[in-house]
Design a protein around this ligand. Structure first.
Ligand code: BGP
Length: 458
């Protein structure tokens, strides 16, 4: 079978500032947390040990070119640009991002720029992070500064990357700083993130910049164990909490009524101001980035909730370990390629078929050195993973889904938060000690696919 993609399909990859650039003047929550609790990070490796993009951006862009990328997403570090989050702009950071953006454009690689990829300036966290509306305003100012500085040469902006992740990690499940477990605070953080997003969109519209603005969401389709109404309800609530809490505001301009009713019933709603809903309605986007790694399988709870336990999403469902599901054992994530198709069909049928693209998809694998053949990692499993997902993506497009591209996570193996360098995702192998870069087999496969705008599979 041949799978051909539409003209001008975006082929590329994604990365983020904190995970690639290396040290900077402005401290982030990650630097602060790592300095205090290095044991929380795999092998005690922190955010200083990156793939040194700050030094090697020029040669790295050459490598992107070698991979036949026509587009590439990375983020601007708020803390690099404005070290204390709200004050002076650092001119060295401005020069750096100018150079990177110019070089990408010169090489024919369209820059896609994210404004916030989990890297809160510590000075902003110190005043409450997303729980504080002053931080929302500081973010809106930062976004506007970015549009003014780079808006003539960056035509695809994303306000946030996976905004639900800092909510889950920082305020529910204890895998991001500030390690709080408190649903109402989590809901406040999520709500203020939506307000921050909407303010950035508002500023972008007001500035009449040449490009488009969107957001990147990690969508995890929720599959019920069975069609029993209790299982279906469990899946519906998981979908409301983890997907629709961001998807509905950014595409429909409002929250799902049943999500609001549920949180109200349990007294978990954040404090809202009367003017918020008009602002949220202004946050509707031009382009949606979809990160897809894994589905979510759920069933109804078998046991009663402990009324003394903290209120959690899991009050309404249990995770369901479907027998025989295909797993990526290194990350503990299920591999389910049809999920990508289900997401696109849902967007087409229930959200007016928005302009969208796959902004991340990928597979992190441990100890890839064992697959070295003639000096190169032969990551067949990754090629299989990508082609399987592309097949389902192709089916979606052929059925009218408005999917404009496919970006992989990631370009060069990079530092993955608490997992540090445990699992490698790159098209290019990184030797962390020597900083040597070597293209993997999947990189060659992707380069050929991007060049031909098609691939073949039996
Ligand atoms: C996404 C993030 C990325 C990246 C990726 C891989 O959620 O946007 O920053 O890290 O997941 O996940 P992990 O690094 O946790 O293995």
């Amino acid at each position: 079978m041949k799978y051909a993609f539409p003209d001008n399909f975006w082929w590329g990859s994604a990365s983020s500032a904190l995970q690639t650039e290396g040290a900077r003047e402005g401290e982030t929550t990650w630097d602060y947390w790592f300095a205090r609790e290095p044991n929380r990070f795999h092998n005690g490796v922190g955010p200083q040990q990156t793939s040194t993009f700050y030094q090697h951006w020029k040669t790295d862009i050459q490598l992107l070119k070698q991979l036949n990328h026509n587009s590439f997403r990375t983020s601007i570090s708020w803390a690099r640009l404005i070290p204390d989050g709200i004050g002076e702009v650092n001119p060295e950071a401005v020069d750096f991002y100018h150079q990177v953006i110019d070089e990408l454009n010169e090489q024919g690689i369209t820059p896609f720029i994210t404004l916030f990829h989990f890297d809160m300036p510590m000075a902003m966290q110190a005043i409450g992070g997303w729980e504080n509306r002053e931080v929302v305003d500081a973010y809106a100012r930062y976004a506007q500064i970015c549009f003014e500085l780079f808006g003539d040469r960056v035509l695809h902006w994303f306000t946030f990357n996976e905004p639900i992740v800092p909510v889950e990690g920082g305020y529910l499940y204890d895998f991001h700083y500030p390690n709080v477990v408190d649903f109402r605070r989590a809901a406040t953080v999520a709500y203020h993130t939506v307000l921050a997003h909407a303010k950035a969109v508002q500023a972008y519209r007001a500035g009449h910049y040449a490009g488009e603005i969107g957001i990147v969401l990690n969508l995890t389709p929720s599959y019920p164990r069975s069609q029993n109404p209790a299982d279906v309800k469990a899946a519906h609530i998981a979908d409301l909490m983890f997907n629709r809490s961001f998807l509905d505001p950014v595409l429909r301009g409002e929250y799902p009524a049943d999500l609001v009713a549920l949180l109200k019933a349990y007294d978990q709603l954040p404090a809202c101001k009367p003017e918020d809903s008009a602002l949220i309605a202004e946050g509707k986007i031009d382009l949606l980035g979809v990160n897809y790694y894994q589905p979510r399988r759920v069933k109804c709870r078998d046991s009663a909730v402990n009324p003394q336990a903290p209120f959690m999403p899991e009050w309404f469902f249990d995770n369901y370990d479907m027998p025989g599901r295909k797993m990526n054992p290194y990350r503990g994530w299920e591999i389910y390629a049809p999920g990508i198709y289900d997401i696109l069909v849902n967007l087409r049928d229930n959200y007016g078929n928005p302009r969208c693209f796959i902004s991340e998809n990928g597979m992190g694998v441990e100890n890839e050195q064992r697959f070295i053949e003639n000096g190169q990692i032969n990551d067949k499993y990754r090629i299989e993973f990508i082609s399987e997902h592309l097949t389902w993506l192709h089916k979606g497009i052929s059925e009218g889904c408005n999917c404009l591209g496919y970006h992989m996570w990631t370009f060069i193996d990079n530092w993955s938060w608490c997992n540090a360098y445990k699992n490698r995702y790159g098209f290019i192998q990184l030797d962390v000690e020597t900083q040597q870069r070597t293209i993997k087999k999947s990189g060659e496969w992707f380069a050929a696919t991007a060049l031909n705008n098609r691939f073949e599979q039996e």
